[in-house]
Ligand binder design. Sequence first.
Ligand code: UT7
Length: 341
Amino acid sequence: MKPKFKNPRAQHNFQGRPCSIAGVGSYVPERILTNAELEKMVDTTDEWITSRTGIRERRIAAVDEFTSDLAAKAAKRAMKMAGITADKIDLIIVATLTPDMQFPSTACLVQRKIGAARAAAFDVEAACSGFIYALEIGQQFILSRTYETVLVIGAEKLSSIVNWKDRNTCVLFGDGAGAAILQHRENTHGLLTAVMGADGNKADLLSMPGGGSACPATLESVAAGLHFLRMDGKETFKNAVNAMVSAAHEALRRCDIDITRIKCVIPHQANQRIVDAVGERLKATPEQIFVNLHKYGNTSAASVAIALDEVVASGKIQRGDLVLLVVFGAGLTWGAAVIEW
Ligand code: UT7
């Protein structure tokens, strides 16, 4: 295969064993929660939510619909597009911060639900950056020839950890899942590079303190609201823009391309103002940037996975076009990936 890029790190994948994205799929729950409904639940307005975030509605999973259910539905759609059956899958990686339970992993529950009996399975926890972390991990198994087919999923039921009495956070999040099938396929590219980063010194900006070994569930921890997501919105915002811009620059640099070569930029769908600020600093045109946060809010690890599926389904990109994914989340964590579709 003829390498297209000068940078050796990008060429590594081309000359070695390219990791293709053979299929993508997504699923969002049926129930739509609008800003107008939120006005009746907390002290907020449609005007505030729309102007500060761009979000108009979000999807909420049913009481008996869990992260693994959303993930399995997205996975089946990705498998259909890739033209594979569950027995072909060697590994399942689920990125989520809202697993069905502490253990077993959501990936194991997905394995059961889709019938991928041969697959190894584990979860990745990198909050909203999880899908890119999982893509990069999955890619490494393909490049090293350890596995032929890896199923990567970003899935969340954030409605299960949101405090529906806290207007600062409850208006922001939604539920959903997106999936991708990674394989080596001759004469196709796929994931060209993925950048990952983290800063644990800022762990307190966005967290759910209760439920782990530091703060197991007690009557007191529940009463204190420690099992809900909490966020310092303003600080998170600033960090998000800076980290996403530098991760995107690093990914482009590794591929030795500039932003004009990118057909579609898919930023983490947290806030329209963050998307605009990142787009402006990357010098991307509005036509390049994909946004669906008005429909789904922030779906954390599922965010760019759902968006990638929608971009593909809409025909906005054709095989061979370059796509830039860029993410940010709790940890803090961030990442960026360049994909040749
Ligand atoms: O996915 C992981 C990463 N997460 C993010 O990237 C989220 C980053 N942060 C943000 O998107 C924004 O900071 C928010 C949307 C969370 C908040 O926007 P902001 O412009 O930073 O608002 P703020 O936090 O400065 O709050 C401004 C005011 C406050 O009132 P006072 O103290 O000025 O009187 C809030 O109490 O807006 C108030 N407020 C609300 N008012 C109506 C906060 N939430 C609401 C609400 N409705 N839902």
